[in-house]
Design a protein around this ligand. Structure first.
Ligand SMILES: [Zn+2]
Length: 409
């Protein structure tokens, strides 16, 4: 029988071919991304009561009598990953939208699906399944865009699913649409999240966010960016994802403009600027901003984004599935932008395992594992304002993952 005293002082020792802790590592930009990572070959990670106690060479370790010692084999053990961008409350629409035919074809196929009825129980189960899959794959924390859906609205169902699975979440409450905001004292929180904004359980980890430059009222984008800055919250929005976005913003026409025609106000005029320039003009860039995608960025855009101090989350498998190509990840790494990775949601990706984004960039663009592991851990933690997450530092929660072999050391 396990007594309370033993359970309260449990020791787990995990021996692996390689242990990477990223202890002492800060967020990395430019050349820093490519520096070697400190590793322990034939190492052991020692966990006491769920908290990291130490990481050391196996030959130097003497387990205490109560230790549960496990050899997890010929693998590389690393900190739990941070998925900086997903859409959990759309998980019930997995594999329903059209892939590989461009952004507008994907969006046209998605819009009617959003209106389909789904039972609260079934939707709640898909939230739980998605969170369990993420946590099981070694994701410690995710940044989640909570859009308006016609079932289980708001943050609470997502938060509860994450908590049930041991997945920590940062919630971004998404504004979508051109309706003018209500001057009701709760603005700039979108209507579907207003009840959650002051939650004692998760209000601190909530922030309003914008959907994009072409689908959210510019005044709202400006005000939520200002609000987030003043509260020390991260401001996030989709940026420079597709050629159709660029066309709509620069010339005011094209298939995305046609798709949004009935939603746009009668006095809508294109800003006549490319996405990055328009975001800068609206004052959306700077420290504390997390832009998402960046597929359509020029070298000049990258330099401007890097200089602003904003972070950028890449979602390469989502971009690839929609037929948009890959973001210019190597050039972005060299530009000095603070980069991280996200899966996007199950409406555009095959799964929510963010390690898959790094594997995609490793296999297709031959990017080095040192840089990709930093994107998965310390950089994503910084982009979400999470302090010491993404490291196996003594005293930190013992959240870890096994790196896929193409990323391993
Ligand atoms: Zn997204």
């Amino acid at each position: 029988m396990v007594t309370g005293a033993v359970a309260a002082n449990s020791v787990l020792a995990l021996r692996a071919r390689t242990v990477l802790t990223l202890a002492g590592e800060g967020p990395a930009r430019g050349k820093e991304l490519f520096a070697p990572l400190k590793k322990t070959d034939n190492g052991v990670l020692v966990v006491r009561n769920g908290i990291v106690e130490n990481a050391l060479p196996w030959r130097e370790y003497s387990p205490p009598p109560q230790a549960l010692v496990r050899d997890i084999g010929d693998v590389c053990l690393a900190p739990g990953c941070v998925n900086a961008h997903t859409h959990l409350n759309l998980s019930h629409l997995v594999r329903r939208a059209v892939f590989h035919r461009g952004f507008v074809a994907w969006l046209e196929s998605l819009l009617p699906l959003l209106a389909e009825p789904v039972s609260p129980e079934s939707h709640r189960q898909t939230l739980l399944d998605a969170c369990a899959d993420m946590a099981g794959a070694g994701t410690a924390h995710a940044g989640d865009f909570c859009g308006r859906v016609n079932v289980n609205p708001g943050i609470k169902p997502v938060h509860e699913a994450g908590r049930a699975c041991g997945l920590e979440l940062t919630h971004f409450c998404e504004w979508l649409g051109y309706a003018p905001p209500l001057n009701d004292g709760v603005y700039p929180w979108p209507a579907h999240c207003r009840a959650d904004a002051d939650s004692p359980q998760y209000g601190e980890r909530c922030a309003p966010c914008g959907h994009s430059l072409y689908s959210t009222l510019p005044q709202t984008l400006r005000e939520i960016r200002r609000f987030c800055s003043s509260r020390g919250k991260i401001f996030s929005f989709h940026l420079a994802e597709s050629p159709e976005e660029e066309q709509m913003l620069t010339s005011g026409d094209g298939p995305l403009r046609d798709l949004y025609a009935r939603l746009l106000p009668g006095n809508w005029r294109p800003p006549g600027l490319r996405p990055l320039d328009y975001a800068a003009e609206l004052g959306l860039l700077g420290p504390g901003t997390l832009a998402v995608h960046g597929v359509r960025l020029s070298v000049g855009d990258m330099a401007r984004l890097a200089a602003s101090g904003a972070a950028l989350c890449l979602c390469p498998r989502s971009n690839k599935n929609l037929g948009l190509g890959l973001p210019p990840a190597r050039e972005l790494m060299e530009s000095g932008v603070l980069l991280c990775l996200g899966t996007d949601g199950l409406t555009s990706n095959d799964d929510l395992d963010v390690r898959g984004e790094a594997v995609c960039l490793r296999e297709i663009l031959d990017l080095p594992p040192e840089a990709l592991v930093r994107l998965l851990t310390v950089n994503a933690a910084a982009a979400l304002g999470l302090g010491n997450v993404g490291r196996l530092t003594p005293g930190s929660a013992a959240k870890f993952c096994i790196l896929p072999e193409s990323l391993a050391f």
